[in-house]
Design a protein around this ligand. Structure first.
Ligand code: ADP
Ligand code: MG
Length: 429
């Protein structure tokens, strides 16, 4: 407990904490946001395979849990391939006392990284508060929620009553200066405020006031650090609008995970479900997902369910292909125009490999630059792509999760064509 005044937290980096039980200073209350607490399943999973139990009863609900692609992960043991990002965030927030920005495309894994970072920060002795931003939130509402959610232990023990009174007396609308003066004076324990979905905030004034308060917090050596989580454009906005903030802030991009981590994710899920994935099956998942954990989980879930329904003890390439067909059908329901466009590109033998090249670049870097060779394929992407903001001559898919669905569509069409060829050959013989 940090009742004796400010104390710098001991940082335990992910690898160091692998086999240690966390020392958690648990905050006791949270009002508007949720207080993040340490996950006891310490350690990352990055490489190596788990012993598979072929005779284990296969459970469909275990598949949904192991390959849940609809919610951010809720424990560090489920986060794959993000050690560099987590270590970097811990270093900048705790060693360099900086604020942090986590940015990336939708579905790239920002919230998952932010939550696991919060988990480690909690283990380091910080109070961690997590808020998803509401579109029309104003500064006073957001910071008022923080003030209400602060556990008592974060405040100078000799002045808690005074702090409570000052919070009570805050006007309905207050600005960055009043907020920073209050917390810089009274908050003695490190506090990390995670503001997720920052890009949803519609009011420019709210963003500006948050940026101003970040600068003031740093200038006043306050104990509160902000972690802003959002898509690239919202981050660019905050940095270009407030250049003086740059030296007080670290920026972490959430891109794709490495093939070793994709395989580790599959190993982990496959061990939980009790079904191994064949190497051909893994190759297809790797090809289509291009290192996106969301797509890995989505494809593996459908493939594993197929394997279960045919009572197989292994997930094969055929299961992944059947899974892809389903995944594409479901995606088409919400994205019909892209889906029919992708399907016609996939049927065009002359351009599909160039289209896959483009999709692969977009999947890896969120943006791509057409080359003279890929120009024709790019032209066929029509409204599925748009000029990338602030990146001259580059494009991005309007739906940031779409490039993998284009590759899925191509892989699926190729397989159907091969299947027809095989059938013809069989009939001829
Ligand atoms: N590093 C990771 N390892 C395993 N699964 C991940 C990872 N990152 C994201 N996911 C999965 O991908 C999906 C999208 O992640 P999320 O954190 O919600 O993305 P974002 O906040 O960028 O939209 C979730 O289902 C999550 O479980
Ligand atoms: Mg998110």
């Amino acid at each position: 407990m940090l009742l004796g005044g400010p104390k710098r937290p001991t940082i335990s980096l992910p690898d160091e904490s692998f086999n240690r039980s966390p020392q958690v200073n648990r905050p006791t209350s949270s009002v508007a946001g949720s207080v993040v607490q340490a996950d006891k399943n310490v350690g990352f999973r990055t490489e190596g395979s788990h012993a598979l139990l072929p005779d284990r009863a296969v459970n469909r609900s275990a598949v949904f849990t192991a390959f849940d692609a609809s919610r951010p992960i809720n424990g560090r043991s489920q986060l794959f391939g993000r050690e560099k990002e987590i270590k970097g965030l811990l270093r900048s927030v705790f060693d360099f006392n900086q604020h942090a920005v986590i940015y990336g495309a939708r579905g790239s894994g920002k919230t998952s990284v932010a939550r696991v970072f919060g988990d480690f920060a909690d283990q380091c002795g910080s109070v961690v508060l997590y808020f998803p931003c509401e579109p029309d939130a104003n500064f006073s509402q957001l910071m008022g929620a923080l003030l209400d959610g602060l556990p008592k232990g974060a405040v100078d023990p000799l002045r808690r009553a005074e702090f409570a009174r000052r919070v009570e007396e805050m006007p309905a609308h207050f600005g960055p200066l009043a907020f920073v003066e209050l917390v810089a004076d009274f908050v003695v324990r490190p506090v990390v405020l995670i503001l997720d979905e920052f890009d949803r905030i519609t009011l420019d004034q709210t963003r500006t006031e948050i940026a101003v308060s970040m600068k003031l917090l740093s200038d006043n050596h306050a104990r509160i650090r902000f972690v802003i989580v959002g898509i690239a454009s919202s981050v660019a906005q905050i940095l270009t609008g407030h250049p003086s903030l740059r030296r007080h802030m670290s920026v972490t991009r959430i891109g794709r995970i490495e093939p070793g981590s994709v395989n580790a994710l599959m190993d982990h899920g496959s061990a939980a479900v009790g079904l191994p994935f064949s190497s051909d099956a893994r190759d297809i998942v790797e090809r289509v997902s291009v290192g996106s954990p969301y797509h890995v989980r989505l494809l593996c879930r459908h493939a594993a369910l197929h394997a279960i329904s045919r009572r197989s003890t292994e997930v094969t390439a055929a299961d992944v292909r059947s899974g892809i067909v389903e995944v594409l059908e479901q995606w088409a329901e919400t994205n019909q125009l892209d889906a029919s466009r992708f399907s016609s590109i996939a049927s065009n033998i002359a351009i599909r490999s160039l289209a896959e090249e483009v999709a692969r670049e977009a999947a890896k870097f969120d943006i791509f630059k057409p080359t003279p060779e890929t120009l024709d394929a790019v032209a066929r992407l029509g409204d599925s792509i748009e000029l990338a903001e602030g990146e001259q001559g580059s494009y991005a898919f309007v739906d940031s999760l779409a490039p993998q669905f284009l590759i899925a569509s191509i892989a699926s069409t190729e397989e159907q064509e091969d299947h027809i060829k095989r059938q013809r050959r069989a009939l001829e013989n």
